[in-house]
Ligand binder design. Structure first.
Ligand SMILES: Cc1cc2nc3c(=O)[nH]c(=O)nc-3n(C[C@H](O)[C@H](O)[C@H](O)COP(=O)(O)OP(=O)(O)OC[C@H]3O[C@@H](n4cnc5c(N)ncnc54)[C@H](O)[C@@H]3O)c2cc1C
Length: 542
């Protein structure tokens, strides 16, 4: 099999398929190695890994109507491990209802929460935090996997805001305590869980392609290999892939004996499909691309979360980010501590608690826009609490920050091509904050603001950016459905030899950060692939 590409999902599939020595697997990854890149490895530096770095695709969105016409950077991992190598490490699965909705629209119970639990466990190796503190009361062991491949942990360095955030849960009933937001019932305030192993990032590259796996003789990884197209191999069959190192270099072609598995992420997968002639035939013809398979849903109805970061000046000098940002000697000491013993403030990503919340049931937003969440136990918005101002704090002052995200958006955007050159970036329109509903959700988080509604609206539009969880450019739908791009087994509708395994297949964006969902999707589909290759449809082969 040829797997394009070595991202979050791609490496899962590569690992699982190469468990069988009879399967030969090649991973083609456009970016370079994740090894030795400090901003990737050190959890606290995660937000520095993008944007505009060598490991970022460096996309910029089209002007966003909801953001007063602003275009904003849209990072995606351009490196082995894909976005799992550059993300902010939050591990959140979403609600049970999110996945039960997947099962309903695809008419495949296999995508339901209950049926995905074994795949959560195959992925997750829940491990103690590096400082070895007593984690009783910080998570629910009953809902975690302890023997998987990808390490998940709680914070390993205490923060002065910890007790204050949880004090709120005893004082204000709209912020209830939730022992574990990864139970399928996320509503409330809980301890953040993150993809951290012994004080370093755990990505799909460090876990699923760890030495014991990547050294298998039947697993090959080719870096700096940019897939330009998938090519037909017969009537309605695509088993060939074309790739190149750069725009002027030669194009190479390889043929997969079994399948090509496209895992280039929501942006990359839609782009490759369309450059291959798979998409809306009339739009592709107009760009000079020969249409080969009419699938108008490719690149359509994508969605992302909206993120608004806010900071408050505080009368404390113990905020983690500013103390180091204002003091180069301290920053060097922290890095030395991390280097020497994998302890200290750099062992964590810069957040300790997360709240997943719903707009009150009596909000007028429901009358105007309906309920965008997957169900009554799924959040509309999220608050992330952090002990400092993320990125470039002012030269003086200490801050507390809250990032607010709309996690059940109604807005839908698109990915389209601007020309027929596979090396040109696509036109990326996540349609952030477009319908009024998104503002209704973000605004209640700040009801105490002294701003007028109009001023608040303007502030939100000027300061909101992407949640970076873009999903749904190659949606799965029920077999035989008129819409969608892939069937529930993730094979491209109407074709053989071509499967898509990444977040592009999500029929809805989930109400959580998305890497855990990608791991679940990939683990399940790896099993489906093994079943179909074994010609043994009823039985799991793993
Ligand atoms: C900055 C940032 C912060 C985030 N923070 C979080 C977080 O804290 N928690 C969370 O859960 N989620 C977070 N996310 C989102 C999450 O990481 C992604 O949803 C998830 O990793 C997507 O997985 P994927 O397999 O669909 O795509 P990716 O992991 O992006 O993988 C796609 C891979 O395909 C490669 N590729 C693309 N096109 C080609 C081509 N033409 N040829 C060859 N290779 C190609 C890419 O280089 C990449 O390696 C964040 C994302 C970003 C970018």
């Amino acid at each position: 099999a040829i797997i394009e590409d070595g991202g979050t999902a791609g490496n899962v599939v590569a690992n699982r398929l190469s468990e069988n020595p009879d399967h030969s697997v090649l991973v083609l990854e456009a970016g370079g190695s994740n090894a030795g890149v400090l901003d990737i490895i050190v959890p606290f530096f995660g937000p520095l890994a993008t944007p505009n770095t060598p490991q970022d695709w460096n996309y910029t969105t089209a002007p966003q109507v909801g953001l007063n016409g602003r275009s904003v950077p849209y990072p995606r991992g351009f490196v082995l491990g894909g976005s799992s190598s550059v993300n902010y490490l939050v591990y959140s699965r979403g609600s049970k209802e999110d996945f039960d909705r997947f099962a309903k629209v695809t008419e495949d119970e296999g995508w339901s929460w209950d049926r995905l639990i074994p795949y959560q466990r195959k992925n997750e190796r829940f491990s103690p935090p590096v400082d070895g503190h007593n984690t009783t009361g910080q998570f629910n062991p009953a809902v975690h996997g302890f023997h998987g491949i990808n390490t998940v942990s709680l914070a390993g360095f205490p923060s002065p805001i910890d007790s204050r955030v949880f004090q709120t849960t005893t004082e204000l009933e709209e912020f209830p305590f939730n022992l574990d937001y990864n139970s399928g019932l996320p509503i409330g305030v809980g301890w953040a869980q993150s993809t951290i192993k012994n004080g370093s990032r755990s990505s799909s590259a460090t876990s699923y392609l760890a030495a014991e796996f990547v050294n298998r003789p039947n697993l090959h990884v080719l870096l700096h290999a940019r897939v330009t197209r998938v090519l037909p191999s017969g009537l309605n069959a695509f088993h060939r892939v074309e790739f190149a190192q750069d725009t002027k270099g030669p194009r190479y072609t390889l043929t997969a004996k079994k399948e090509i598995i496209l895992s280039a992420g929501t942006v990359g997968t839609a782009s490759i499909l369309m450059h291959s002639g798979i998409g809306n035939s009339s739009t592709l013809s107009a760009l000079g691309i020969q249409p080969l398979h009419d699938l108008p849903c490719v690149g359509q109805e994508i969605s992302d979360h909206d993120l608004l970061g806010l900071g408050w000046l505080v009368n404390s000098n113990s905020t983690t980010f500013e103390t180091a940002a204002h003091n180069a000697t301290l920053a060097a000491e922290q890095l030395a501590q991390w280097n020497n013993s994998r302890t200290g403030p750099l062992v964590d990503n810069p957040l300790s608690q997360i709240a997943w919340l719903r707009v009150p049931d009596n909000s007028s937003a429901f009358q105007q826009a309906g309920d965008s969440a997957a169900g009554p136990n799924s959040p509309h918005y999220e608050l992330i609490f952090a002990n400092g101002l993320l990125l470039d704090p002012p030269p003086t002052g200490n801050f507390f920050s809250i990032a607010a995200l709309v996690v059940s958006p109604t807005s839908r955007g698109s990915i389209t091509l601007s020309n027929n050159d596979p090396f040109s970036p696509p036109i990326l329109n996540p349609s952030l904050l477009a319908p009024a509903w998104e503002n209704y959700i973000i605004a209640p988080a700040y009801v105490n603001s002294s701003m007028t509604d109009a001023e608040l609206d303007e502030f939100i539009r000027q300061n909101t950016g992407p949640g970076l969880h873009l999903a749904g450019s190659a949606k799965m739908s029920a077999k035989g459905a008129d819409d969608g791009v892939v069937d529930p087994d993730l094979i491209v509708k109407g074709l053989s030899g071509l499967r898509i395994v990444d977040l592009s297949v999500a029929p809805f964006i989930i109400s959580a950060h998305t890497q855990a969902a990608v791991y679940m999707i990939a683990e399940r589909d790896a099993d489906l692939i093994k079943q179909s290759w074994a010609g043994n449809k009823g039985k799991l082969v793993s």
